[in-house]
Structure formats: C-alpha cells, structure tokens
Design a protein around this ligand. Structure first.
Ligand code: 48H
Length: 262
C-alpha cells in the first residue's frame, strides 16, 4: 500500500470534525477526565446518554496517574471495590478493607470503559465559561483550545450545549468557581486539610446538583462543600462518579416518568 500524507491529513480533519459536529448538543458534558469524571462518563454513556469528557490536558486521567507521591499505586476501600471489578481493574487486599491497584491500569481501564460505552473525549480543550438561559439552568459550556489559554492568545471560544454539566475538575472546582465569580450564583467554600475518613465519606454525599443543570463530583464536590481532602485513596472518587451518573439517571427512566404523568 502506497501512503499519501494528504489523505492521512484529510482523515484526521474529517474524522474529528464529524465527531465534533455530532456532539455539539449533549446529554452530559463531563468537565475533567480524572477518576470521578471518567466513572461518571462511563456509567452515563452506558445508560444511553450522549456524553463527552472535556479535558484540559493532553492526557486523560487527572490526578490518578500519579498514585501517591508518584508511586503509581492507588488504594481503594471495600465499598468501591465493585467499581474496580466492573471495569476489570485488578487489585489485591493489602490489609482488611484496603485494596491496592495500579494507577496506570485504573486510568487506562476507566478510559477504555468510557470509550466502549460510547463517550467521546475532547482533550486539550478548556472549559472557560458556562451558558445560563432564561430558565436559570446551565445550558452549555464555553470551550477553547488549552493552547489558546497557555499562549494567552486573544481567540474567541466556541460553545457546546448540554442538558447536564458535571464539574469533575478536581481540587480547583473550576465550573463551580465560574458560577461563584459570575454573579455569586454559587458559593465554593474551599477544601479543608487532610482527613481521609471524613473526606471519603463526605465526597459521595457532596456529589449533587449544586445549581440547576450542574452536578459537582469528586474533589470538586468536596471543594464546594468545604469538606476535607483525603490523600491518595480513590474509592470516593469512583463512588462519586457513580453517584453523579445516578443523579443524571437514564433516558428510559425519564421517558417512563413522563408517560406516567400523562
Ligand atoms: C477542562 C479541566 C479544567 C477545565 C481542570 O483532579 P482530578 O483527578 O479530579 P477528581 O476529582 O476526579 O479526582 C481527584 C483525585 O485525582 C485527587 O486529586 C485526589 C483524590 N486528591 C486527594 C488529595 O488529598 O490531594 O481530575 C480533574 C481533571 C484534570 O485532568 C484537569 O486537567 C481537568 O480536570 N480540568 N478540564 N476544562 N477548565 N480544569
């Protein structure tokens, strides 16, 4: 086979344009491709939603790659082991209730799980603003290439519409902070010092719709709630992503509720 560079270029450009045009109106826009965002994306896509993960960096995975202090291992407690199993992430019990897994395998398999369920990934893309319409609901996100932000270039952004936005941007709680900055629509209390037990239990209950159309998940949920941080234990991130997907629900269930109301 004789290879032609122009055809390769055309394949990349049309391939990506087709995906982007097909994903301008989403059910779920997950901002941040860390463990909570990936889990949410995989489960929401598995429920039949049209999902895109918008990730600022080149690589998906957020803070999970680095494990604890660059030792590429994560700890997951009993309660979340079923999520490791669901994605085929291998683990072994270190002490009763504490399971250890490879952080690299965990990111790779969560990412594959989300892709297999039909989620798309827009990486190297930064969410820089939100859209709120007359009904007072977040109706979309304002996006730009991360390189534009890094280069401090004056380039206007584009937009993507969504029924649900999930702020899974980690410690920075970027989307929630945007709402706080733009008219005090939300208060971000800021995360507290490390306390694994409290933070891990808190992160699931703090995963909620904090503003119409906006769900916070993972560390962003703790940052908004003024909860502690937990260090390199990741069960709470997986459970929080699962909770976010549960809050979004499934399109079938929504249709069913509508039918019953009629
Ligand atoms: C697009 C963005 C933007 C933006 C940021 O930090 P993450 O891994 O997030 P979580 O909450 O799923 O997991 C947190 C975990 O990794 C962690 O840090 C823990 C457990 N810490 C405990 C402790 O005590 O320290 O991922 C967030 C992702 C990153 O990949 C960012 O690049 C991305 O969000 N992101 N993407 N637009 N504006 N801002």
């Amino acid at each position: 086979m004789k290879l032609d560079e122009v055809t390769i270029t055309r394949a990349i450009l049309t391939g990506q344009m087709e995906v982007m045009l097909d994903h301008l109106e989403l059910d779920v826009a997950v901002v941040g491709g860390g463990p909570s965002g990936l889990t949410c994306a995989a489960l929401a896509a598995g429920n039949g939603h049209r999902v895109v993960v918008i990730e600022k960096k080149l690589s998906i995975g957020g803070g999970m790659w680095g494990g604890g202090m660059m030792f590429p291992r994560i700890v997951v407690q009993d309660e979340a082991v079923r999520i490791l199993d669901r994605f085929g992430i291998r683990h072994r019990e270190h002490a009763k209730g504490y399971h250890v897994a490879s952080s690299v395998e965990a990111v790779a398999k969560l990412t594959a799980g989300a892709a297999d369920a039909g989620a798309e990934f827009f990486n190297l893309t930064t969410v820089e603003d939100v859209m709120i319409r007359g009904d007072g609901r977040v109706s979309g996100l304002v996006i730009n290439w991360t390189a534009v932000e890094m280069g401090r270039l004056h380039v206007d952004p584009l937009t993507i519409a969504c029924r649900w936005a999930v702020d899974a941007t980690g410690h920075d709680a970027v989307v929630a902070k945007l709402l706080e900055r733009k008219g005090g629509l939300l208060q971000v209390k800021g995360e507290k010092s490390m306390w694994a037990d409290r933070a891990e239990h808190g992160v699931v209950s703090h995963t909620r719709e904090v503003f119409p159309g906006l769900i916070v998940a993972g560390m962003a949920a703790n940052a908004v709630a003024g909860e502690h941080r937990m260090g390199p234990i990741f069960g709470g991130m997986l459970l929080s992503g699962e909770r976010a997907a549960q809050l979004i629900g499934s399109p079938e269930r929504k249709r069913e509720r509508k039918r019953k109301r009629k």
